[in-house]
Design a protein around this ligand. Structure first.
Ligand code: GLY
Length: 360
């Protein structure tokens, strides 16, 4: 850690200690702390939580729970809506591809009552990886199948292969390919006249879309699923946090469930969702547990992934529910939302956050 960053973090820890003692948080303490969404109210079941792209997903999962479905089946039915949606370019059909222009999907599921899990990674040509992950859980002695093996397993179970790359996702990929480097043979139209690209030398912004959904039914049984096309334009074969149990998803039927969207490598390095569930087991509320996991990531972010003031460049968002029906969403930076469905219906709410503003 260089000097500047280490001074920042020393100061940050000082401010956090002050905050714990009833004082300030980072930049402009008191009013920022006051702007945070209130801590979660007492629990009520059934309850479904999802990432912000999952409002319809939570509504569908709630319908399925009301119809008597297992909470995991209900959550999977919910995320299938988004996997099947060609307009969501972060999941399933329409997901943004890897650097070769091929869509590779990751997903995991975890079932509270049996404590079983299943997952697939770098799966091509199958639009509902969450359903394949459930079959890995139900019909094998394994937890995770990847690549060609995962595809053959899906075929064996009758999944139809489809071209997951929509025209819109292909055009986005082509734009990326044409503009991400001035040292290769690809030339964007605006560079054709010999003018340097405005983006030459600047790092291309990758995106991490995903949907997570966790459900707790009336009896307190839990299930969760996370499904994604992963980091856009990733190196082929890259596996993110979504199919890794304890990183992008974790469920413990005695405690609660947690899932994540965002910069997967941070969750892989910090076992974040396992951490959140363990913190809740120790008595923390879901909001505090998610914020603590974010703090760990912020503290351990490597220097080249830090921006102004030493803050992490890449954001992560967490979603957590407890067995007794409390919930929270929390993100590295303010402005994030999450989806929730309870007795008041399906809606979005504001996430709690660790830092007010993302560094430029
Ligand atoms: N969180 C999604 C990914 O990093 O792949």
């Amino acid at each position: 850690m260089n000097d500047k960053i280490s001074k920042f973090w020393t100061r940050r820890r000082f401010l956090e200690t002050a905050a714990a003692a009833g004082g300030a948080m980072i930049a402009a303490p008191r009013q920022l702390a006051a702007a945070q969404p209130a801590a979660t109210p007492p629990g009520r079941r059934p309850l479904i939580i999802a990432s912000a792209n999952g409002v319809a997903c939570t509504a569908r999962a709630m319908e399925r729970i009301a119809a008597g479905d297992d909470p995991l089946d209900a959550a999977i039915a919910g995320v299938n809506l988004v996997e099947d949606d060609p307009n969501d370019n972060s999941v399933g059909l329409g997901g943004l591809p890897n650097e070769d222009g091929v869509v590779e999907l990751d997903a995991s599921v975890m079932h509270g009552p049996s404590h079983k899990a299943g997952a697939v990674a770098a799966l091509r040509n199958i639009r509902n990886p969450s359903c394949v992950a459930r079959l890995v859980m139900q019909r094998t002695n394994h937890v995770l199948l990847v690549g060609e093996g995962a595809l053959r397993f899906a075929r064996a179970h009758g999944f139809k292969e489809v071209d997951l790359l929509t025209d819109e996702a292909r055009r986005e990929w082509l734009k990326w390919k044409e503009s991400h480097s001035d040292k290769d043979a690809w030339i964007a139209p605006e560079q054709a006249g010999g003018k340097p690209s405005a983006r030459a030398g600047t790092p291309y912004e990758h995106t991490w879309g995903t949907i997570h959904c966790s459900a707790v039914d009336e009896k307190g049984n839990l299930g969760g699923v996370t499904t994604t096309s992963g980091l856009s334009y990733k190196i082929p074969g890259r596996v993110g946090d979504s199919p890794i149990i304890g990183a992008g998803l974790y469920v413990d039927n005695a405690v609660g469930a947690a899932g994540s969207t965002g910069f997967g490598e941070a969750n892989l390095r910090n076992c974040s969702t396992f951490l959140i569930v363990e913190l809740m087991r120790g008595g923390m509320g879901p909001r505090e547990a998610c914020l603590e996991a974010l703090r760990r990531i912020a503290d351990r972010t490597e220097p080249r992934h830090r921006g102004k003031g030493g803050l992490p460049i890449n954001s992560v968002t967490f979603y957590a529910i407890t067995k007794d029906g409390r919930y929270a969403g929390a993100s590295m930076y303010s402005g994030a939302r999450f989806a929730i469905c309870d007795h008041r219906g399906a809606r979005q709410e504001d996430c709690a956050w660790l830092f007010e503003r993302k560094p430029d």
